[in-house]
Design a protein around this ligand. Structure first.
Ligand code: TYD
Length: 203
């Protein structure tokens, strides 16, 4: 059965690197796969991404634009691919809105649940890989990056709140998540991902 898998974590957790490896490993197993990302994933979504990553705006606007981009993404890309029998991997999904807009920016958690209900009432990832890392390590990894976006420029306490909000999401529906210790070396993270494959293949 095809699956919808999302990758989450604070900036600097290394999820994008691991996503490439994970997607290649799935393809090598013969899986027909669509890889996409948020904010983005559609032409309109990518335009919204540019605005979201670089323009200052109020918290509510930020949250609604994230979910507006997501609505396009769900309807135009994710649902059609799943209906065609493909697997879908998305680099971030609604958990990022709970983590960043809810945790980081302090937006009301119930409002985010309402937006989620509106935008994808009948769709949740089958599996979410949460790449968890202490914030000092994530910040050190970002330090080499010269062009930081609006979120990456935030301070350490913002990311502590983002991380805590991810944990809150995991606590709300633990069965959906695999928590990956992303402080480890790349090889050790890949070893953890191989364990995830075993679970997926066993289903
Ligand atoms: P990211 O995956 O970190 O992009 P890149 O690896 O290219 O830097 O995503 C961009 C940023 O968007 C990231 O800092 C988190 C933020 N974001 C939110 O604040 N809310 C959301 O709902 C989503 C999807 C992303």
């Amino acid at each position: 059965m095809n699956k919808f898998i999302t990758f989450e974590g604070v900036d600097g957790a290394g999820k994008s690197t691991h996503l490439v490896w994970f997607a290649d490993a799935l393809r090598a197993r013969g899986v027909e796969l669509l890889v996409t990302r948020e904010p983005g994933g559609t032409p309109l979504g990518e335009q919204l991404r540019e605005i979201l990553l670089h323009q200052t705006m109020s918290i509510g606007t930020e949250a609604m634009l994230m979910f507006a981009a997501r609505l396009e993404h769900v309807e135009q890309v994710i649902k059609p691919a799943l209906a065609a029998g493909k697997w879908v991997i998305s680099d971030r999904f609604s958990d990022a809105s709970f983590a960043y807009q809810g945790g980081g920016r302090g937006m009301d958690w119930q409002r985010l649940h309402q937006l989620e209900q509106w935008v994808h009432p009948d769709l949740q990832p089958d599996l979410t890989l949460f790449f968890d890392v202490p914030i000092e390590i994530a910040r050190a990894r970002l330090a080499n990056n010269s062009a930081l976006d609006r979120f990456e420029q935030e301070k350490g306490d913002f990311f502590e709140r983002v991380r805590a909000a991810y944990y809150r999401r995991v606590a709300e529906s633990p069965a959906r998540y695999a928590v990956i210790d992303a402080a480890q070396s790349i090889e050790n993270v890949q070893r953890q991902l191989l364990e995830v494959f075993k679970v997926i293949e066993g289903e």
